[in-house]
Design a protein around this ligand. Structure first.
Ligand code: HEC
Length: 126
């Protein structure tokens, strides 16, 4: 009886250890993938705006869109200043395109598209 109890205790400790590992492994993976989401370092927002600004020019958004911050005056697509665009809306447009606007979903990463959207919302004149 005492032996059976001991085995039981060991089995239970083993189970507890397995549960602890199962819980902590994904948490560690999440930390490794998204350090910014856990503790945004000072200047992270500036870095996103700067990244968005670079991408906006290097991916040719300037040739179709006017945006004062980017010193662009393209007029194939709507002027991006003066609008009331949300980041979610811009992410959708840039990912999927619309009409004459090409989609960039397969070429830019989700993070890059999010940074472009963040940039536009930050700098667009109201
Ligand atoms: C070939 C020209 C062209 C390029 C390049 C282009 N766009 Fe567009 N864009 C358009 C056109 C045209 C529309 C309007 C689409 C519609 O509503 O039918 C548009 C719409 C948009 C809108 C929605 C604006 C609104 O007021 O509805 C956003 C935001 C946008 N583009 C951002 C971008 C970004 C960011 C890039 C670069 C990654 C980009 N575009 C590249 C032509 C372009």
């Amino acid at each position: 009886m005492a032996k059976a109890k001991q085995r039981d205790g060991i089995a239970r400790r083993g189970l507890l250890a397995a549960v602890l590992i199962a819980v902590s492994v994904p948490a560690v993976q999440a930390l490794a993938q998204e350090p910014a989401a856990v503790a945004a370092p000072a200047g992270a927002d500036d870095a996103r705006v700067a990244n968005g600004r670079d991408l906006f020019s290097s991916w040719g958004c300037t040739s179709c869109h006017a945006l004062a911050d980017a010193k662009s005056s393209g007029d194939v697509g709507p002027r991006l200043d003066g609008g009331n665009l949300t980041e979610a809306f811009i992410v959708g447009r840039v990912t999927n395109g619309q009409g004459a606007m090409p989609g960039f979903g397969g070429q830019l990463t989700d993070r890059e598209i999010a940074d472009i959207a963040h940039y536009i919302v930050k700098v667009a004149k109201k």
